[in-house]
Design a protein around this ligand. Structure first.
Ligand SMILES: *Cc1c(COP(=O)(O)O)cnc(C)c1O
Ligand code: SF4
Length: 347
C-alpha cells in the first residue's frame, strides 16, 4: 500500500500496537532472525521500495530457521521477480476504482457492500491484490466513513456490510467501535462481516477491548480470516480465534492459491484440518488476481482445479474451500472448483 496510508494506524495505546510498531521492515534484520545470509534470502531492495517489507515478529517466529523456501517467508519477502513485467498483470485488474459507489464504498454483489476502512495492514503480502490500490484517493480515510455509512443507510438493498481494506483490524478499538455503532443504526443492515488477516499475523490484536466491542454488537458478526498455510496457525492464533468464536456468529477462512507456497494437495489438506482444529471453516481459496508484480505466484487453472479435486477426494465437504476467481462484471465470484466428474459416466 502507499506509504501515506500508514498514518491510518492509530499510534497511542496498547500491547498490540507496540507489537505492530516493532515489526520487521528490513531484509537484513529478517535474515538475521532466520539465521540466513541476506544473499540467500533473495530479498530485493528495489521491490521493497515499491511495496515495503512489513512483518510482525510473532509471524517471523513461525518461520523455519535457515530455510529460504519457508512458505511463510515467501509470502512476505520482496523479490526481484516482482519487477518483471508480464502481459495481463496490471495495477487494478478488477477494475475496482470504477466500481466505487462513492469514496470508501465498493459494491459489486447484490445485498453486500464492502467498506474500505483503511489502507493499512499488519503485514505486507507480496501477492496482495490491492498492493497498488490508491487507498487515499479511493477514500479509505476516517473522514469518508460517515459518508459511506450515509450511502449504506440510503440503500435498503444492502443487507450485509463487509469491513475490509487494507485490514480493518489495523484500526483502533475506538474507531472500530464507532463504525459498528454507526452500522447498527441502520435497520436494513442484518449482518456485519470483517475480512482480516490480523488475527493470524498479529493475534495480540484480539484484545479485551475488541472482543467487548464485537460482543456488544447487536448484529451477527461474520469473521473471515486469511491464512494460507497450516504453519501460520500456532497456539497464539488458536487463542485469538477462541476469543473471536465467543463473540462472532461464525469464523471462516479464505486463502490465496500461491505457487511454491501452498499449491499442493497435502499442504491444503493440512491447512483445512488445522483450521478445523482451531474452530475455523475454510470458505474460499482464491485464484490470484492478475496484479502487476505477482505473476510468479500464479497457478494455472487446470492445475488449480486438479488440486481442489484431490482435496475433495480426501476431505469431508465442509473442509473443502471453493476455488474462486473475481471477474469484473459477474454477479458473484466465479466458482472454478471443486467440480467432480464421474469417470464412469459417458456423456
Ligand atoms: C468478495 C467480495 C464480496 C463478498 O463476496 P461473498 O461471495 O459474499 O463472500 C463482496 N463485495 C466485494 C466487492 C467483494 O470483492
Ligand atoms: S493482509 Fe490482505 S490487504 Fe493486507 S497486504 Fe495482505 S493480502 Fe493485502
Amino acid at each position: 500500500m502507499p506509504r501515506s496510508s500508514r498514518s491510518a494506524i492509530d499510534t497511542a495505546t496498547p500491547g498490540w500496537q507496540q507489537e505492530l510498531a516493532a515489526g520487521i521492515n528490513s531484509v537484513e534484520e529478517l535474515a538475521g532472525e532466520l539465521d540466513l545470509p541476506a544473499s540467500l534470502l533473495g530479498g530485493s531492495h528495489a521491490a521493497g521500495s515499491q511495496f515495503p517489507l512489513r512483518v510482525p515478529r510473532g509471524f517471523v517466529r513461525r518461520m523455519r530457521r535457515g530455510d529460504p523456501r519457508d512458505p511463510l517467508l515467501l509470502q512476505i519477502i520482496p523479490t526481484a521477480r516482482e519487477l518483471t513485467a508480464h502481459p495481463g498483470f496490471v495495477a487494478d485488474p478488477l477494475d475496482e476504482l470504477t466500481r466505487l459507489r462513492q469514496p470508501g464504498l465498493l459494491q459489486k454483489y447484490q445485498g453486500r457492500a464492502l467498506l474500505m476502512v483503511t489502507g493499512a495492514c499488519a503485514v505486507h503480502c507480496r501477492y496482495c491484490f490491492r498492493r497498488e490500490f490508491p487507498y487515499v484517493e479511493a477514500g479509505a480515510a476516517p473522514g469518508t466513513h460517515a459518508l459511506a455509512l450515509a450511502q449504506v443507510a440510503r440503500d435498503p438493498s444492502i443487507q450485509e456490510v463487509i469491513l475490509s481494506g487494507g485490514d480493518p483490524l489495523s484500526l483502533s478499538n475506538t474507531r472500530l467501535h464507532a463504525l459498528l455503532r454507526g452500522l447498527e443504526q441502520i435497520d436494513h443492515v442484518r449482518r456485519i462481516r470483517i475480512h482480516s488477516r490480523t488475527p493470524v499475523v498479529l493475534p495480540e490484536r484480539i484484545d479485551t477491548g475488541l472482543v467487548t466491542s464485537l460482543g456488544n454488537c447487536t448484529r451477527p458478526i461474520v469473521m473471515v480470516l486469511h491464512s494460507n498455510h497450516a504453519n501460520e496457525l500456532d497456539a497464539t492464533v488458536a487463542t485469538a480465534v477462541a476469543r473471536l468464536r465467543d463473540v462472532c456468529a461464525t469464523v471462516l477462512n479464505q486463502s490465496v492459491l500461491l505457487r511454491g507456497i501452498n499449491d499442493d494437495a497435502t499442504c491444503l489438506a493440512d491447512l483445512s484440518q488445522r483450521l478445523f482444529e482451531i474452530g475455523v471453516l475454510p470458505y474460499y481459496i482464491h485464484q490470484l488476481d492478475t496484479v502487476r508484480g505477482t505473476a510468479h505466484f500464479r497457478v494455472a487453472d487446470r492445475r488449480a482445479r486438479r488440486l481442489l479435486g484431490e482435496l475433495a477426494a480426501r476431505l469431508p465437504g465442509y473442509l473443502v474451500p471453493r476455488l474462486v476467481r473475481e471477474r469484473p462484471g459477474m454477479p458473484a465470484k466465479e466458482i472454478l472448483a471443486p467440480v467432480l466428474h464421474n469417470p464412469q459416466q459417458v456423456t
